[in-house]
Design a protein around this ligand. Sequence first.
Ligand SMILES: *[C@@H]1O[C@H](CO)[C@@H](O)[C@H](O)[C@H]1NC(C)=O
Ligand SMILES: *[C@@H]1O[C@H](CO)[C@@H](O)[C@H](O)[C@H]1NC(C)=O
Ligand SMILES: *[C@@H]1O[C@H](CO)[C@@H](O)[C@H](O)[C@H]1NC(C)=O
Length: 338
Amino acid sequence: MHVITSSCFLLLWMHTLTSVKSQAAVNCRNPVIEDGVVPGNVNEYNENDVLSYTCNPGYKRVQERDSRCTNSGGRSAWIPTPACEAIKCELMLPPVIGTIYEPSYRNRFSPGEKVRVTCGDRYWISEGRSRSRSAETTCKEDGQWTIRPVCQEVACSRPRDRYLLHWGDSWFQQKKLGDTVRYGCRSGYRRTDRATRATCTRDGWEPNPLCQEIPLCGRPPALEDGDVKNTTKERYNHSETIEYMCQSYYTMEGEPYRTCYNGKWTGQMRCLNPCVANEDEMRQHNITFKSNDYNKYLVHDEIIEFKCANGLPVGKVAMRQRCNSGVIVLPTCREDLS
Ligand SMILES: *[C@@H]1O[C@H](CO)[C@@H](O)[C@H](O)[C@H]1NC(C)=O
Ligand SMILES: *[C@@H]1O[C@H](CO)[C@@H](O)[C@H](O)[C@H]1NC(C)=O
Ligand SMILES: *[C@@H]1O[C@H](CO)[C@@H](O)[C@H](O)[C@H]1NC(C)=O
């Protein structure tokens, strides 16, 4: 409480003092400025007038602030003192962590002079849009460096891959060199190079690009003695499935589907031939169908029974046969002449 009260008094006192002093006549004269000029021919200035002056080429004002005609301790003076100095570029010494300068012993450079900036292991320097381990910066006429001579820790910001679907971290969280993040790609795309995580490197996120298009499949392969049920297209997306069927009397072996997988059709099947009982051959083997219901066309695996047209069965071939992928074995009969 005591402190606050006394500073209030101090302020009040200072205010009074200023009011009294401002009543004294204040006027300034044209200053002589080394390496600078005061244009025009004004010779006298009143209190608070601003001095307009320019520095010679290659020089700049020591103080950015305007110089005003001010009462300073009972005298009129330009404050801050108008002065010009040679333009120099500056370096921070010692450099910020991860930054090495060459030369390393000076911190003021004239326009045209160059400094090599080399960054530490986990640092880089921005040269326009690209970033590198080392860069040469030149002092410009205006006292600025062509490249800001400061190395920054390598960081990866939000990835810009447009096929990215999910990112296992905050989108806005900057990541450091070597950090990894889980991610997933949009449908129709997959993580490049079978990567499971994205890694922050000097060259940005890797793999690059994070997601790549899963190749399409072309026309589905033909099936011997069969066909595709769906109407077909020129191109199929990953995981599209088509169904096959066999011609009539043919039998499907395997699942009747093919699926487009990473640009290739998967799925194996074939159409098994039906059997045709050849009547000429049956006659030569001295056999007929056991029943009149039998059709001479048999699908795969269908069973048929024969009987002797005359005589008795000979050999080991049974009268009951199964159609096996187009092949049917005929039994034989013969009259016993012995
Ligand atoms: C593949 O899928 C995308 C959407 O995921 C669709 O726009 C495109 O038409 C599909 N292409 C084909 C050949 O079906
Ligand atoms: C083809 O037809 C089957 C059903 O018969 C269906 O499940 C499948 O999605 C169809 N495929 C295409 C590419 O239309
Ligand atoms: C069919 O029967 C006849 C008369 O018995 C016989 O000569 C012939 O060899 C038989 N056919 C076959 C293929 O055995």
